[in-house]
Design a protein around this ligand. Sequence first.
Ligand code: FES
Length: 240
Amino acid sequence: MASYDAQTLARLEADAAQVVARYPEHPRSALLPLLHLVQSVDGYVSPAGIGFCAQTLGLSTAEVSAVATFYTQYKRHPNGTYTVGVCTNTLCAVMGGDAIWAELTEHLGIGNDETTEDGAVTLERVECNAACDYAPVIMVNWEFFDNQTPSSATALVDALRAGEPVHPTRGADRVVSFRETERVLAGFADGHANEGPGAGEPTLVGLRLAAEKRWTAPGEAGEPDGPAGARKRGAKREEA
Ligand code: FES
C-alpha cells in the first residue's frame, strides 16, 4: 500500500489526533475532515491518503473511497493551486454563467475537472454556489466572486495564473492556495475567517424591507404579519 515518508506521516498523525479528538463518541465522524487534511498535504485524495484515513479510523479502504468519491470537494487526481468553480445552475446560467463558462473553457483550453498545464487552475462547473442573489457567481477555492462577467472572469484566472493576489468580493481578504484552504476545511483556522463582510447588499434588502414594513415571522409579536399574516387573516375571513 502507498504510504508517506516518516516525517510527513508523523505530522499527519499529530494533526489527525487533534481532528479525531473532536469526535470522542464517534471517531468515524472524523473521516470528512481527515480527507481534507490529506488533501492539504497531497493536493488530492491520494492512495496513501486513503490508506492513512482507513488505518486511523479503523475503516476499510473501500469505505474511505466510497465517501471520497461521493463528494465533489474531494479530488481523485492532483488539483490545481486554485479551483475555479463557475456556477451554471439555472439562475446564474441565465444571468451570464453559461457565457462565463464558454469564455473560460475557450480561454484556458480546459474543460470540467481539468487543470491548466501550469498547474494553477482547475476548472469546475458548479451546481449553485448558494449565492444566487449575486448571480452570476464564481468561487475560487470556495471564496466568493460575485456579479461576474466573461471579461472579469478571464482577468481573474489570468491574475491567478500570474501569481497575483486576488481579493474575493466578500469574506476573507485574499484567496489562499487549494492546500491551505484544505487545511482550514480540516479544522485548522488560518485567522482569516472573520475578515470582510459576510452578507452583501442584495442579501440585506429583504431584512431591511421587513423592518420598514414591520413584517414579523409567524408567531412573533402576536398575530403574524406580512404576507404570511395576510394569508392567515384571509383564511379566517373565508371561514367566517
Ligand atoms: S444559481 Fe448560481 S449561486 Fe445559486
